[in-house]
Design a protein around this ligand. Structure first.
Ligand code: SAM
Ligand code: SF4
Length: 451
């Protein structure tokens, strides 16, 4: 109870705080990063280097009401095929800029629903990508899979393209909750997808579930988590449902009066958290769980956990190239985001250039603050001496940023000799604490805009 009072005092129950999958967060990107700069940054990738590649597919067959992703519904294949042609053209433009010998440490297809591509389209896309940059020997190819939108032929095509990590969306197994969030998906259908994925030798399975959904209770989330555990996923992302109907119009279908309060949300998270831990999962950062044998868990124990647009990762690539409408790329020099509207993105690619619309060039201070936020989100510890050594800075320079945050949160963190640590009892505040390292959020007036 005392902890809840402390959490409330620091604004946990009324704060809308970024998830910090990037720093600065995307609402702070500006229009001064365009196609030419993007092409320069691609050209500066070292010859023979390893990068990560993200391909965005902004289409779905169904539009789930709870979903805050930017995606468009389509019942026919025509727009998907046209989009595939755009992606292939974009990959060709990438080829003309990319230095020789680059390989992929990671390839991820996300969306939207990349599994709505027909099997021949998946094969075409994979061939186009690998003809420009093949998967590295120990490279990882992962795809977001909607169990409603997958079958044997599509899984065969993905397996032939080297799929070795699958991520499937579950959200919740309770039929009443599924109905009100507009995403019906039986346990049997999900289990069938899991078995079909594993039958193709895919060695790692990730699942997404949500807490904070309408009508969710501790009993209901217990039942959903137990069902999920029966499928033995290697990793679980337990995300808090973000209700942002002003950004995602279809969420107006969600009955707001049935949403749990902020304190109830915390209770739901803690109920699920206990179940995963009892079942032997390691807790990773603020919202992930992984079997001790999983590479994420191994990376966390070795202090190699990182955070990028896909959440927690052990990916160490300096460069993440994002292709497709609205995709964000990350370079040592900064972030670059493609045009969000599929039509605008397509027009730019068809005209022979990249569609980069906005982004951010890093300053030295951005890089330092980004690292402070990343280590806090990954390890719950920010150590001035370690960060200073890593970045070739004086310890005092780093301490100068940490000390005021430690003072602001003195009742919920420990701080000694430049080392700030968030104990397990107050970790729900981690994003709120991270925001205190965010110069852009702090310089704004009013509420933060991201979720
Ligand atoms: C692109 S979707 C998943 C891929 C696939 N289309 C599917 O539905 O299975 C990625 C994930 O974002 C998460 N997500 C979407 N909307 C959300 C929201 N409003 N709050 C929190 N998480 C959300 C869900 O857990 C979802 O599985
Ligand atoms: S949850 Fe998946 S299938 Fe549903 S709308 Fe979002 S991206 Fe599409």
């Amino acid at each position: 109870m005392e902890t809840n009072i402390q959490l409330a005092r620091h604004g946990l129950f009324d704060a809308r705080v970024p998830r910090y999958t990037s720093y600065p967060t995307s609402p702070h990107f500006a229009g001064n990063v365009g196609p030419d700069l993007f092409a320069d940054w691609i050209g500066a990738i070292p010859e023979g280097g390893q990068i990560s590649l993200y391909i965005h597919v902004p289409f779905c067959r169904r539009l789930c009401w709870f979903c805050a992703c930017r995606t468009q519904g389509t019942s026919s294949d025509a727009p998907v095929r046209a989009y595939l042609e755009t992606l292939k053209a974009e990959i060709e433009i990438l080829r003309s800029r990319l230095p020789q010998g680059v390989t992929l440490e990671r390839l991820h297809w996300g969306g939207g629903t990349p599994t709505l591509l027909a099997p021949d389209m998946m094969t075409e896309l994979a061939e186009a990508i690998y003809s420009v940059a093949p998967l590295a020997e120990d490279g990882e190819f992962s795809v977001e899979i909607d169990p409603n939108e997958i079958d044997g032929a599509r899984l065969d095509a993905l397996a032939a393209a080297g799929l070795n990590r699958a991520s499937i969306g579950v959200q919740d197994f309770d039929p009443e909750i599924q109905k009100v969030i507009g995403r019906e998906q039986s346990y049997e259908l999900t289990a069938e997808a899991v078995h079909a994925i594993r039958a193709r030798g895919v060695k790692s399975l990730n699942t997404d579930i949500l807490y904070g959904l309408p009508y969710q209770t501790p009993e209901k989330i217990t039942e959903s988590v137990q069902k999920l555990l029966s499928l033995a996923p290697d990793r679980v992302a337990l995300y808090g449902y973000a209700h942002v109907p002003w950004m995602a119009r279809r969420q107006t279908m969600i009955p707001e009066e049935a949403l749990p309060s902020a304190e109830q949300r915390l209770g739901l998270f803690e109920t699920a958290q206990k179940l995963f831990k009892w079942d032997g999962y390691d807790e990773i950062g603020i919202d992930h769980f992984a079997l001790p044998s999983d590479s994420l868990s191994i990376a966390q124990k070795a202090g190699r956990l990182r955070r990028n647009f896909q959440g927690y990762t052990e990916d160490t690539s300096e460069v993440l190239v994002g292709l497709g409408a609205s995709s964000i790329s990350k370079f040592p020099q900064g972030y670059a985001q493609n045009a969000s509207a599929t039509s605008q993105h397509t027009a730019a690619i068809r005209a022979g250039g990249f569609s980069t619309k906005r982004g951010h060039r890093f300053t030295a201070e951005d890089k330092l603050r980004a690292r402070l936020i990343e280590v806090l989100m990954c390890d719950f510890v920010v150590d001035a001496a370690e960060i200073a050594a890593e970045r070739g800075l004086a310890k005092a320079e780093v301490e100068k940023l940490i000390a005021p945050v430690a003072a602001q949160f003195s009742d919920v963190v420990s701080y000694k000799n430049g080392r700030l640590e968030v104990p397990p009892s107050t970790r729900p505040l981690t994003r709120v604490i991270a925001r205190s390292f965010d110069a852009y959020e702090l310089s704004k007036t009013g509420h933060s805009s991201a979720v």
